[in-house]
Design a protein around this ligand. Structure first.
Ligand code: CP
Ligand code: NVA
Length: 290
């Protein structure tokens, strides 16, 4: 059975911690691994992407491999070719493949039929590759993950869920503050809040994400109204622990979920976080293909 990475919880705690350390090593020496020499990796994007595409495409190249980018309008899948057949054919050509799509069920079906590792590059419910880079960024900032308190403020979405799942696996205490109707399910290993100030009090990192995720456009007006007071600004950051950092997976909407002062300010680690996508995913590919 190939190793898949669909929610991230396929990893053991030890594997996750080792992956974060390996990502930090690869950041120091980006061309030190040839784990993908002679191998191709498929990257299927059924939704837009800037960071995920850049970081995977460049990362596969740095590992000595060849990234094959697949857009939906270029695949027979969009003309009705069965998911199972798509998984069979991809498995005959590439050493692993990732997909960014809407339904988690599609990723699960591909993985069920693939004979190579399948990884989730964002679905409606999960964004585990993002959480890997986030944990790496926390480790860089604080030197350890165990006991770090991360407060996520905003929509209880895919990014929040992956942070909760992978954060708790790594020993990070994840708090999530969201308005009623936008809260994460209580099973996701996070402490849930409604009031952003209570969630942020004493936290080491304050994290936010877009108010309107890809696929949620029809409910944009209601979301913007419900989330209007869930903005990460300097006043909210001041409630966190001394030395606290601000994080955002991006793309940002300055003035909505985060102020420009925080996004471009001295306390953010957001641009490091965006870079860390590449290093963390290289460590992931090494692990999946080991
Ligand atoms: N954070 C993230 O996944 O960014 P993209 O949507 O640009 O890939
Ligand atoms: N929650 C956002 C993350 C974008 C990287 C979305 O799913 O659109």
């Amino acid at each position: 059975m190939p190793r898949h990475f669909l929610t991230g919880t396929e990893l053991s705690r030890d594997e996750l911690l080792a992956l974060v350390d390996r990502a930090i090593e690869l950041k120091a020496e980006p061309l030190s691994s040839r784990a993908l020499a002679g191998k191709s990796v498929g990257l299927i994007f059924q939704k837009p992407s800037t960071r995920t595409r850049l970081s995977f495409e460049a990362g596969v190249f740095e590992l000595g491999g060849h990234p094959v980018i697949l857009r939906p309008d270029e695949m027979q899948l969009s003309r009705g070719e069965p998911v199972r057949d798509t998984a069979y054919v991809l498995s005959r050509h590439v050493a692993a493949f990732g997909i960014r799509t809407h339904a988690d069920a599609l990723v699960e079906e591909l993985a069920a039929h693939a004979s190579v590792p399948v990884f989730n590059m964002l679905t409606a419910d999960h964004h585990p590759c993002q959480a890997l880079a986030d944990l790496m960024t926390l480790k860089e900032a604080f030197g350890a993950l165990d006991g770090v308190v991360l407060a996520y403020v905003g929509d209880g979405n895919n990014v929040a869920r992956s942070l909760a799942l992978l954060g708790s696996l790594a020993g990070v205490k994840v708090r999530v503050a969201s308005p009623k109707g936008y809260q994460l399910e209580p099973t996701a290993d996070a402490e849930l809040f409604e009031d952003p100030s209570s969630a942020v009090a004493g936290a080491h990192a304050v994290y936010t994400d877009v108010w309107v995720s890809m696929g949620d456009e029809e409910t944009a007006a209601a979301r913007r109204a419900a989330l209007a007071s869930y903005r990460v600004d300097d006043a909210l950051l001041d409630l966190a622990a001394p030395g606290a950092i601000a994080l955002h997976d991006l793309p940002a909407h300055p003035g909505d979920e985060i102020t420009a002062e925080v996004l471009y300010g001295a306390r953010q680690r957001i641009w490091d976080q965006a870079e860390n996508r590449r290093h963390a995913q290289k460590a992931l590919l090494e692990l999946l293909l080991r």
